[in-house]
Design a protein around this ligand. Structure first.
Ligand SMILES: NC(=O)C1=CN([C@@H]2O[C@H](COP(=O)(O)OP(=O)(O)OC[C@H]3O[C@@H](n4cnc5c(N)ncnc54)[C@H](O)[C@@H]3O)[C@@H](O)[C@H]2O)[C@@H](O)CC1
Ligand SMILES: Nc1ncnc2c1ncn2[C@@H]1O[C@H](COP(=O)(O)OP(=O)(O)O)[C@@H](O)[C@H]1O
Ligand SMILES: [K+]
Length: 493
């Protein structure tokens, strides 16, 4: 379990930790940076250290001094005002001055060839968009060929949300202090943070403060599905129904159904809305293809996924209405979510239903459900997911880079698997099918969401590692790869 802390919690930990550790945390932060650089960059190399006007700059100043002492050539670019530096950073500035080395206020021209750039412009104190002057500085840093090591957070990235506030440093590595922040893991965070290096600064944050959430890794979901007894039968693994597949969108329901089957559902029946839908899936003849309304007469169903290729016809509304009235665990995706956003009656049914419900919105669908612009959802994905869970009392995933899994109780984690190979049509249908398969096998809504989201991303990562994609990765390919990843995550008997 990797803990994730809200920015305010990091501040609390800082003040608790300063007394626990017994020395200024900034010294420890600078020391951690210097230690890391010394183990990655040969002594004597030229390094650019950039410090801004807060404690993030103080970390850079401490690291610069220690690296200078260790024999590196340091160009110290200081972009703050000495008089307004916070006390610890001011001390770090004085210590740098005492080395007799200058502080630059502009990059040398032409820019020297640096081995590495240390970014200490802004950390968790960034609280508003960068103005043109700061953006120009970030642009200058990004233009340098040397790889960047961001301190705590890539400058310009909001540590809380992962939104770029105007412009942000593209780091190859981010050394983050005390604990992970949500913004490193979601939205634009992963593209800017690069590899994350944790520097706890001697604090055992966990024992001081319960984290707000978690980063989702394979170890968190390994063993959620128990190994199967030899004396098993298909009735033990769920009978999943998928409702969708209106004219022109039958493929979406097929993808969800195939995914449910290959991720272990005992039986899968598709309820298709297209009157001319095929009666058999020749690629996956194990699927049973029916008309949508037929599904409500099947006594053996244990779980329903509604939405893949559903459309917004009267028949779709009727099927969704019936589904919401069943006590079955439900997965609601795509147009099922859009219909709920459009129709207060359906929204009310969802908010008051008793059974397990899992919502799988992408940001635009989440925005429709909340009455927010998509941009507002992306501007604070965690807040949007929290608002959805509170409003509908459902477990959910807010999809996209750094998918947020949120329980109906407000427990959350941010997925670390996946890549842009998943940004193609049909991938959401597959995810909905995987969630349904796992609900069918008896997982709770939140466990099913976490395992499905992790598997879906890890499947894409596996394919990329094997040399497929990410460009052109198809949803169909994800299904078999997810099955292979699941095999590795299931407890051995
Ligand atoms: N306080 C502590 O005990 C520790 C703090 N640490 C470092 O301190 C950082 C936080 O320090 P600060 O709170 O000083 O914050 P920052 O150093 O992130 O920057 C805050 C400063 O930038 C200004 N600012 C914010 N947004 C701006 C914008 N868009 N344009 C221009 N100026 C803007 C603020 O007014 C403030 O002066 C952490 O990220 C971490 O790097 C570490 O040294 C660990 C210990
Ligand atoms: N850049 C990305 N990184 C990680 N996961 C992604 C990325 N882009 C898309 N995904 C994932 O792929 C899936 C796409 O779902 P969705 O947008 O509903 O697709 P569709 O409607 O075409 O089926 C989601 O699970 C989403 O989290
Ligand atoms: K920074």
């Amino acid at each position: 379990m990797t803990a994730v802390y809200h920015v305010e919690q990091i501040r609390t930990l800082e003040s608790m930790g300063a007394t626990q550790v017994g020395q200024p945390l900034m010294q420890l932060a600078g020391q951690a940076v210097a230690d890391w650089v010394r183990s990655h960059v040969p002594t004597g190399q030229r390094i650019l250290c950039v410090a801004g006007q807060g404690n993030n700059g103080g970390d850079a100043l401490v690291a610069a001094r220690l690296l200078k002492q260790a024999g590196y050539q340091i160009d110290m670019l200081f972009l703050g005002q000495v008089a307004t530096l916070p006390p610890d950073a001011q001390r770090a500035w004085q210590d740098w001055q005492a080395t007799g080395q200058p502080c630059l206020t502009a990059l040398p021209s032409p820019a020297p060839s640096y081995r590495i750039v240390i970014d200490g412009l802004f950390g968790i104190g960034l609280n508003r968009p960068l103005d043109a002057g700061w953006m120009a500085w970030v642009d200058q840093l990004n233009l340098l060929a040397a790889p960047k090591l961001a301190l705590d957070v890539p400058s310009g990235l909001c540590a809380k949300t992962g939104a770029v506030l105007g412009r942000a440093v593209h780091a190859k590595w981010t050394m983050t202090f005390i604990g992970l922040k949500p913004g490193l893991l979601t939205h634009d965070g992963p593209d800017h943070a690069g590899e994350i290096i944790m520097a706890p600064l001697g604090l055992d944050a966990h024992t001081l403060l319960a984290p707000a959430g978690r980063a989702l890794h394979g170890a968190d979901v390994a063993g959620l599905l128990a190994p199967r007894l030899r004396n098993s039968h298909k009735g033990l693994f769920g009978s999943v129904g998928v409702i969708g597949g209106a004219a022109g969108m039958v493929g979406a329901a097929l993808l969800a159904g195939r995914a449910a089957l290959k991720l272990g559902a005992g039986r899968v029946t598709l309820g298709l809305l297209d009157p001319d839908a095929p009666r058999v899936d020749h690629l996956q003849p194990e699927l049973m293809l029916r008309h949508a309304e037929d599904l409500f007469h099947l006594a053996h169903l244990t779980c329903l996924a509604v939405g893949p290729g559903l459309g917004k016809s009267a028949d779709a509304v009727h099927a969704l209405d019936l589904a919401l009235r069943t006590p079955l665990p439900l997965v609601l995706d795509a147009d099922a979510l859009n219909l709920i956003a459009d129709k207060p009656d359906l929204a009310n049914q969802l908010a008051t239903r008793q059974g397990t419900t899992v919502l799988t919105p992408h940001p635009a669908e989440a925005g429709r459900l909340l009455g927010w612009q998509t941009a507002a959802v992306q501007a604070d994905r965690l807040q949007a997911a929290t608002a959805l869970a509170e409003h509908f009392g459902a477990d959910l995933v807010l999809k996209g880079c750094g998918s947020i899994c949120m329980s109906c109780q407000g427990e959350w984690c941010i997925n670390t698997s996946g890549n842009p190979g998943l940004a193609s049509g049909g991938q959401g249908d597959v995810l909905a099918g995987v969630v349904a398969a796992l609900l069918g096998q008896g997982l709770s809504g939140f466990d099913a969401v976490q395992l499905a989201v992790y598997l879906h991303g890890a499947a894409a990562d596996k394919l990329v590692t094997e040399g497929l994609g990410p460009v052109g990765l198809t949803a169909s390919e994800i299904i078999d790869a997810a099955r292979a990843v699941l095999r590795g995550l299931t407890k051995r008997g």
